[in-house]
Design a protein around this ligand. Structure first.
Ligand SMILES: Cc1ncc(COP(=O)(O)O)c(C=O)c1O
Length: 466
């Protein structure tokens, strides 16, 4: 049996000792010591809340990192992990071996995903999933006798992880600066970003584009300029997350699908954030009746209880892998692909999402959440735009007195202060440049979401003065 945790773990933690060890020996993601002067030591999670070493509770407004869909503290998942570890903690899942949880989870995922997808390759993270997608796309074209089709066209403001190739597909320059040169053959096209117009020099200005602007045609032009015969795939998040919750126009994804077909390139959907109900559908391209050739997933597949990710591939790509000559086989691999404990927890998590109707809940509660945000925040002068779909939302802040890129950039410091005030008031949010991002657990109550919106509104009003 998994023992329940002690009732007040914060009392048991020697915080000073933890912080000393942390400061002396731990490099955190996106690390700079000046950003880490007073880290929160988080010791427990319960439902939609996390609790720090002083016993203070926070509403987990980004679900960890967009991933704790079912909320914290589910003893059921701890039990599944313990049972699987006790039975079989690990065996390699390379060709020639199989294990029960990975086969069962693959079957379940294929039941839930787009009908054209038929096979899964498991990874342990989102970036590794995208690396696998890039390699699988290249593999497919090489077998098809088109070895020159290698380029990946992604979009600016896209985030696909920060391993070397994934970082090269990521369209946020901050992740490139100190690690260049990037991997060749990764090209970024315009994003479907209504609120800003991108300038030739990579800058931005307040958007004057008409609502019906054809962002897909812009991407197609990049594809044509590169030469479709050199392009393996178009890659995109159905809704761009870390770029600031950018929801595309309704005709965008159907057009991208059509462009990919017309130019004979694959379409890769990066559903690392949008998968497993986050947007109110199991997978987000369902909002627009589009099916990708490859889908990357991670995060919500285990609700973050253990690291797991992967790609799902179409029948056509699966057939290519199955029919490859032995000397050209799919030599892609990872020690933990199909890890039995991660897959067992993934299966139990997906069953909880299904059993508790959390996808439908994300659609209905998410719609009310967005409407609260829009009603309460959009009238504020420093709020430029509120965007969202399902249980993900972004509030883009601006300096109403500035023009050009300063209209956005001047708001970056303000956003920092707003988020700090929210944290002090028990609401954990994430800032990405001048946008405040939210992705609450799918189990959040309307009261919790109303409180989040109220605290955020108060913080914006207070920090925008003067
Ligand atoms: C859309 C998307 N793809 C890929 C990744 C990378 O995932 P990981 O950090 O697990 O490598 C992320 C992470 O936030 C993401 O949002």
């Amino acid at each position: 049996m998994v023992q329940a945790p002690p009732p007040t773990p914060h009392e048991l933690v020697d915080v000073d000792q933890v912080l000393r060890a942390d400061r002396e020996h731990l490099i955190h993601p996106l690390y700079h010591p000046s950003d880490h002067a007073k880290p929160l030591v988080i010791v427990r999670g319960e439902g939609a809340e996390i609790i720090d070493s002083a016993g203070k509770r926070y509403f987990d407004g980004l679900s960890g990192l967009w991933n704790v869909h079912i909320g914290h503290g589910r003893a059921e998942l701890a039990q599944v992990a313990a049972d699987q570890m006790g039975t079989l903690a690990f065996n390699n899942n390379y060709v020639g071996f199989a294990n029960v949880p990975s086969a069962r989870l693959a079957e379940k995922l294929i039941e839930l995903a787009y009908p054209n997808l038929n096979a899964v390759y498991f990874t342990t993270a989102g970036a590794e999933s995208n690396e696998s997608a890039f390699k699988t796309a290249r593999f497919f074209w090489k077998l098809d006798g088109k070895p020159e089709k290698v380029k990946i066209i992604s979009r600016r403001w896209g985030y696909h992880g920060v391993t070397m190739a994934a970082a090269s597909a990521t369209g946020l320059p901050a992740y490139h600066r100190m690690f260049a040169p990037l991997v060749p053959n990764f090209i970024q096209a315009a994003a479907p970003y209504r609120f800003r117009c991108e300038l030739e020099d990579g800058g931005v200005r307040p958007c004057r584009l008409p609502d019906g602007h054809d962002y897909a045609a812009e991407l197609e032009q990049t594809l044509i300029n590169e030469g479709p015969e050199t392009v393996a795939a178009i890659l995109g998040e159905p809704v761009q997350g870390a770029g600031g919750v950018i929801v595309p126009p309704d005709d965008y994804w159907p057009k991208l699908r059509e462009i990919a077909n017309r130019h004979n390139v694959l379409l890769i959907a990066d559903e690392v954030i949008t998968g497993f109900g986050r947007t109110g559908k199991w997978f987000a391209l369902d909002h627009w009746n589009v099916q990708p050739d490859i889908m990357s997933f991670a995060k919500g597949v285990t609700s973050a209880y253990l690291p797991l990710g992967g790609i799902m591939i179409s029948h056509q790509i699966q057939n290519a892998i199955n029919e490859a000559p032995l000397d050209l086989k799919f030599t892609h691999a990872a020690t933990y692909s199909g890890h039995p404990v991660c897959c067992a927890v993934g299966l139990a998590n997906v069953e909880i999402i299904e059993r508790e109707g959390l996808v439908e809940r994300a659609a209905s509660v998410g719609a009310r959440f967005l409407s609260m945000l829009k009603t309460q925040l959009e009238p504020l002068p420093t709020v430029g735009q509120v965007r969202g779909i399902g249980m993900m939302a972004g509030v883009e802040m601006v300096d109403p007195n500035a023009t050009g890129s300063a209209y956005y950039d001047n708001a970056v410091a303000l956003v920092g202060r707003v988020v700090a005030r929210c944290v002090a008031n028990g609401q954990l949010l994430r800032r990405l440049n001048n946008t405040i991002c939210m992705a609450p657990p799918l189990i959040s109550t309307e009261e919790q979401l109303q409180r989040l919106v109220d605290v955020l509104g108060e913080a914006i009003r207070a920090e925008s003065q003067g």
